[in-house]
Design a binder for this molecule. Structure first.
Ligand code: NAG
Ligand code: NAG
Ligand code: NAG
Ligand code: NAG
Length: 879
């Protein structure tokens, strides 16, 4: 809508121009910014009032200026645009209380509505004028004031309003007490906060109010705008304050039964603040199900549980509408009274209790502990214990367990307990001191009776049957297995170890057992020997590995094993499987061929014999095993062999024997040695025999022979008479004595043939001896003549010997031959001739030979006379 204001344009006052210029919101070229214009309310000057020049384009194009309300709504109001000047004008006075702000926009448009410029927004503010009077919400206010209200706590809030622009001094209201009636006991009983209008007791009024009687005060109060300034509009009102007695008094503790079955919320008490304008507030310490309503009634909103919370501290506040406390809170206790609603509860146990067996009666087993959540010290929590199981055994005196009903202490009773028993102890815990209507629960305690090592291990058999063992069983052989048992239960207490306690100083036996095993093997560790120990009595002891408790092991902890050693005789063994010997067929009887020997140096005596010497050529010495020719090997052919079985028998165990073949190879006889005769100086011997002889020297004149070292051997010639009558006795290596063999030899001249062997050479000496009668000095009388032909006692023997005499070593041959002969014929039981026993041995009581010489020169080991030996003898009187 366009409006022509041209005629009045010149009338614009100068201050308005200034106003216009002072608002610098015109930006001609840019997008038009909002223009803001302020218009005073209730303008009392001329209209139209020029407000502001619109920033229209400088070269005004053809068009119409259009003014509209916000968002293009046509502006219905007292605004217009002066098209000539381009000013926005207001045409009448504005009321801020009616409309405080106008929003306009200006455009330049062609006739057909095309916008050439704009829209330019313009906002018009109506500037307030203090044209409104404050108003109280009520003309008379009534309030109740309780004695005891704290000073400064407002009990009444005055309210007033002012229509002028909020936030300006025009609506800045302040309250004041104009007068107080009565002015007793103080004229300033009250204080009124100027801005809030909050009426409260002054400190002075607070102290004097309690003294004042009930009554009332009348206050005249004012509300005024323009803040502190003296100017402004004001209004008054009356306040009637009635003083009432305080009903804010402490409450007794409230007792409430737990589990109370009533409808909830259930009133329990009431508080009352006698002043007005009160709001109650309740707090519970700890928080509980309590509430207060607007009238101060206290409620419990649900069932209480003493066991959860036995007591609450409640605080009730009386507050004004701003939550300020009129007075200190009322405090009181709510006590929840107990009901026997909790049975005793047994404290849980971790594991079972272990009691060693054989523990003494009275030993504390455990302390039962049941708890009752009901009020401590009351019967509801007075617990008494009662032992249910184990029940006393029938017929048994006393029980396995004793229970103190008050303390719940469980001790061992008089009935002993066995290891390995698992006992369930059931104890009833009853409250109300065990009264019938008391609540109860079952307390269970598992008790394990543990083992102690009170049993020693014992052998199942402590006397083992004698065990016979051949003495040749090998070490390691099992002798006996001993079983043991242990009555304890605990595996550790059953572990046993074994030892040989006695009967085996030599360590012949040993024990083998696996750790943890209950049997032990008695084994041989060394060779048995019947000779050393024919029987053993080995005492084996078994012990626990763990320490034993109580009495020591009994006799069953030892076992005796008797071992009888069986003698084992091995058959003798010879040092060779076969024996061989080579002999010339000319070998004389009695020649040593070889010696059969046992192979091992066992301490046993063997008896040797020849099994099938069918030709009778050989003989064996029973004890020494020396094999000799028994006779001249008549009929043997050189190159032949002769096999004889030799048997060796154990002297003690004749059934044990060994045999071997002896193979004799026959050789050609060696060429007969050339016998050289050496002349000897004549000698004399007197008869009867004296103790001297003729020295025969073996030394040869042949320097080749003489220079060769080595012993000479002497033998008498083979003539039996010579052998009967004479005897040779070695003197030293190269000489021998020729002595009379018989007590009496016929005096005469003799040529005694003596065969000397030296170093494989043999020759014969003819020793000239003259035998004469002895004179008194034992010297020769030289009575030669009647010497020959005198028979002697030895004819029989001499004859026998004569058939056997040979060339060589005649004296030895005689001896051995007889030995062998005796063995053959079994005529003589014990022909123990020592190998070197001397031929010449005289029996006791016989005449002595030339002993001075013999004794001095007897070879070592030889015996001239041994009264203890039954030596073969040749000599007078031996028959
Ligand atoms: C035990 O006897 C065997 C034959 O029976 C033998 O070979 C071994 O040397 C003997 N051991 C001892 C220590 O004598
Ligand atoms: C052999 O036995 C004899 C008696 O029978 C005894 O005196 C001798 O000491 C034993 N010798 C050995 C080596 O055992
Ligand atoms: C003796 O016995 C052995 C073995 O039986 C045999 O070889 C040998 O020829 C026998 N000797 C005689 C002389 O019978
Ligand atoms: C080696 C030795 O002692 N020979 C003697 C053996 O006896 C004769 C006779 O008494 C002595 O003449 C030898 O000297």
């Amino acid at each position: 809508m366009a409006m022509s204001l041209r005629p009045t344009l010149t009338m614009v006052p100068a201050w308005l121009w200034l106003l216009c210029f002072s608002i610098p919101q015109a930006f001609p070229e840019a997008q038009p910014a909002e223009l803001s214009v302020e218009v005073p309310e209730n303008y009392g000057g001329n209209f139209p009032l020029y407000l502001t020049k619109l920033p229209l384009p400088h070269e005004k194009p053809e068009g119409q200026i259009v003014l509209s309300g916000d968002s293009g709504i046509p502006a219905e109001g007292p605004f217009a645009v002066d098209s000539d000047s381009g000013f926005l004008v207001v045409t009448s006075a504005l009321d801020r209380e009616e409309q405080a702000e106008y929003k306009l926009q200006v455009t330049l448009e062609t006739g057909d509505g095309y916008v050439l410029w704009g829209p330019q927004p313009v906002i018009v503010h109506v500037k307030d004028e203090n044209d409104q009077v404050p108003q109280f919400s009520q003309t008379i206010y009534r309030a109740q004031l309780s004695q005891g209200t704290r000073p400064g706590i407002p009990f009444l809030f005055l309210e007033a309003s002012d229509g002028d622009a909020p936030g300006t001094a025009n609506s800045d209201l302040q309250f004041h007490v104009l007068s107080q009636t009565p002015a007793q006991p103080s004229s300033d009983m009250f204080q009124l906060e100027p801005r809030r209008g909050a009426l409260a007791l002054s400190p002075e009024g607070s102290t004097s109010l309690d003294r004042a009687l009930e009554g009332s005060y009348q206050l005249l109060v004012q509300v005024k705008d323009m803040g502190d300034q003296a100017i402004g509009h004001q209004a008054t009102a009356t306040i009637e304050v009635s003083i009432v007695q305080s009903t804010w008094v402490p409450l007794e503790p409230i007792h409430l039964a737990e589990n109370l079955k009533v409808p909830y919320p259930h009133p329990i008490a009431q508080v009352h603040w006698s002043g007005g304008n009160v709001h109650y507030h309740l707090e519970s310490q700890p928080p509980g199900p309590f509430d207060v309503d607007a009238d101060g009634k206290l409620y419990v909103t649900m069932e209480l549980d003493r066991e959860a919370q036995a007591e609450y501290l409640l605080q009730a506040w009386a507050q004004n509408s701003h939550g300020e406390d009129y007075a200190k809170p009322l405090e009181f206790h709510v006590v929840v009274t107990d009901e026997n609603d909790n049975p005793p509860v047994c404290l849980p146990r971790g594991s079972s209790i272990s009691i060693p067996e054989l523990s003494a009666p009275g030993t504390e087993v455990t302390q039962l502990l049941a708890e009752d959540a009901d009020a401590p010290g009351s019967p509801n929590s007075h617990i008494v214990y009662q032992l249910l199981t184990p029940e006393p055994q029938k017929g048994a005196e006393g029980r396995a367990f004793a229970l103190d009903p008050t303390s719940g202490s469980v001790t061992l009773g008089t009935v002993p307990l066995q290891a390995g028993q698992d006992i369930l102890l059931q104890v009833l815990a009853i409250d109300l001191a065990g009264a019938e209507e008391g609540l109860s629960s079952m307390c269970e305690v598992e008790i394990t009776i543990t083992d102690i090592n009170d049993h020693a291990p014992e052998f199942t058999i402590s006397q083992i049957e004698p065990v016979s063992l051949p003495e040749d069983v090998e070490p390691g052989t099992l002798v006996a297995t001993l079983m043991a048992t242990d009555a304890d239960l605990e595996p550790a207490f059953r572990l046993m170890e074994f030892a040989i306690e006695a009967g085996d100083k030599e360590g012949i036996f040993g024990l083998d057992w696996e750790p943890g095993s209950d049997h032990v093997q008695l084994k041989l560790r060394k060779n048995l020997s019947y000779e050393a120990i024919p029987h053993h009595k080995v005492v084996v002891v078994v012990r626990n590995v763990e320490k034993l408790v109580g009495p020591g092991p009994g006799p069953e902890a030892t076992a005796t094993v008797t071992v009888l050693v069986e003698r084992v005789m091995l058959p003798p063994k010879l040092d060779q499987e076969n024996y061989e010997a080579s002999v010339p067929i000319s070998t004389p009887a009695g020649s040593h061929l070889l010696t059969i020997q046992p192979s091992d140096p066992m301490n046993r005596t063997l008896r040797f014999s020849l099994v099938n010497d069918s030709e009778g050529w050989l003989c064996i010495k029973e004890v020494s095993g020396e094999v000799h020719t028994a006779q001249s090997l008549q009929g043997a052919q050189p190159g032949d062999t002769y096999t004889v079985l030799v048997e060796a028998q154990d002297a003690d165990e004749p059934r044990l024997s060994a045999s071997a073949a002896l193979v004799v190879h026959f050789l050609k006889p060696p060429p007969a040695p050339a016998l050289t005769l050496a002349p000897m100086p004549t000698r004399f011997l007197c008869t009867p025999r004296q103790d001297y002889g003729v020295v025969v020297s073996g030394l040869s004149e042949d320097p080749n022979l003489a220079s060769v070292p080595g012993p000479y051997s002497f033998a008498l010639g083979p003539n039996p008479t010579v052998q009967r009558d004479w005897r040779l006795q070695p003197l030293n290596d190269s000489h021998a004595y020729l002595i009379l063999a018989l007590h009496w030899v016929e005096p005469g001249e003799y040529e005694v043939p003596v065969v000397v062997s030296h170093n494989a050479h043999t020759w014969q000496l003819l020793v000239q001896v003259i035998v004469c009668r002895c004179n008194v000095e034992g010297r020769c009388l030289r009575k030669v003549g009647r010497m020959k032909g005198m028979p002697t006692k030895l004819v029989a023997v001499g004859t026998l010997l004569g058939t056997l005499a040979a060339i060589d070593e005649v004296t030895m041959a005689q001896r051995d031959l007889l030995t062998c002969l005796r063995l053959y014929s079994q005529e003589i039981a014990e022909p123990r001739l020592l190998p070197h026993s001397h031929l010449h041995a005289l029996g006791p009581g016989e005449e002595e030979g030339p002993e001075s010489a013999s004794r001095q020169h007897a070879p070592e080991g030889g015996r001239l006379s041994d009264p203890g030996s039954r030596s073969w003898e040749i000599g007078p009187g031996s028959n």
